[in-house]
Design a protein around this ligand. Sequence first.
Ligand code: F6R
Length: 369
Amino acid sequence: EKGGYDYFMLKEIAEQPKAVADTLLGRIDAAGTLSLDEVRIPGPVLREVDKVVIVACGTAYHAGLIAKYAIEHWTRIPCETELASEFRYRDPILGRRTLVIAISQSGETMDTLMALRHAREQGAKVLAICNTNGSTIPRESDAVLYTHAGPEVAVASTKAFLTQLVACYLVALYLGQVRGTKWGDEVRSVVRELSDIATQVDEVLETMEPVRELARSLADKGTVLFLGRHVGYPVALEGALKLKELAYMHAEGFAAGELKHGPIALIEEDLPVVVVVPSPRGRSVLHDKIVSNIQEIRARGARTIVIAERGDEAVRPYADHLIEIPATPVLLQPLVATVPLQVFACELATARGNEVDQPRNLAKSVTVE
Ligand code: F6R
């Protein structure tokens, strides 16, 4: 049932191109426009929405953090992403015009369920993004957009995360389409870019041997730090979470701009620091800033592991290890940048003799608050 792989996690990492393609399937019509029939929240209600709130836990929360960038950029609706476990305890401001998006692979996460129940009691509309047909969260929501990752068995989430991202991008575009902040041509061009992602993930998967080798060489380290900016920041958080749960190592993700406000004090000789570099195109200011961050930490002895777009020559002189990923539009980069981090964590766990599919102390779905 592991399809020839040693672990479900390896199988699920390899299934990502298909999972991404399947999640797009049937949601784009012949003209290249979006038809999300499942989103049964009527157009007039969606046009009235004045705030989007995303609630989720763990890896799904990281997908939600990335979705915020896309939703605000494409729709100009203010969006906040909140840990489901914190949500209802701070008396959040919700109303009829709030759209709450609950993201959950299992559809059974109690924290997320309680958050969405609270949101509905306050009159908000809830859209679930979920991978499990007929589970509790979609049943209790106003509408659901299913991710088509197929069953995810390994405790650490991989393919579900990528499909959650795809679903979030689709919802963001759909909101833009319904509200007229995104025109047909723009929607079609992003949809085309999303359709290219499966092939690009495939390309990443084919070049992972150096990443595995690097991971094995770090098996006796105590700490690994992760840095990113913009949508690369949640990717850094996700890389750190994967390493914690699988390798049982101390791993932390930071926004690279925060380095100088404290975390740079952690940098010491030979400390591995993974840096997710934004595309040098488009947001080039951020790119240049992160290049100076890499220089700064390297000058203080860090061992820099740099994930950058292929052809990004500016980072090369400062990268002790360079992991190249295909060029994607700025907002979509997490779909390719996360994959090496999954492989990295999985290989480190194996090298440390850990149980990859069943990390200690964790359960696949957390049905208690
Ligand atoms: C991390 C992981 C967890 C889940 C979280 C939410 O690899 O698997 O952090 O992402 O428990 O689970 P769902 O998406 O089922 O609500």
